[in-house]
Design a protein. Structure first.
Length: 132
């Protein structure tokens, strides 16, 4: 079994044992199983999957870094939320707010960070749709 910890600057988001963990990396999805060689990789905005025999949990993450050493995976990310914790009304409101800010934004750097935020909320929306 793999030991997994997802950590954000605010808190330890999640800690568990898993049979397999699938990471959204800059070069595509990477599946990790017990006995995988040590690894450090940059993560992109996407869905992180935690798989066990009878269950699968999915997290929307904003990117970050993953380190695997001796079957222990540490995920460092700005933000992660379990798909089971997603609320449709909150996501819809967040998307509307970001779209309004984006429409009124004039600076390129602000537009870039707002569009990344919009993609994060859209990812949450798609995970919520898959959950139903």
């Amino acid at each position: 079994m793999l030991k997994l910890e997802i950590i954000s600057p605010k808190e330890k988001v999640f800690s568990t044992e898993a049979k397999e963990v699938i990471l959204p990396t800059e070069s595509g999805e990477v599946g990790l199983l017990t006995g995988h060689i040590p690894l450090i990789t940059q993560l992109k905005l996407g869905a992180l999957k935690v798989i066990n025999d009878s269950s699968q949990e999915v997290f929307a993450i904003k990117g970050g870094y993953a380190q695997l050493v001796s079957d222990k995976i540490s995920i460092l990310t700005d933000e992660a939320i379990a798909s089971s914790d997603l609320e449709a009304s909150e996501i819809e409101q967040a998307i509307n707010n970001v779209e309004k800010q984006l429409a009124n934004s004039e600076s390129a750097s602000e537009k870039q960070s707002l569009s990344k935020l919009l993609k994060y909320y859209q990812l949450q929306e798609s995970l919520l749709a898959q959950r139903s």
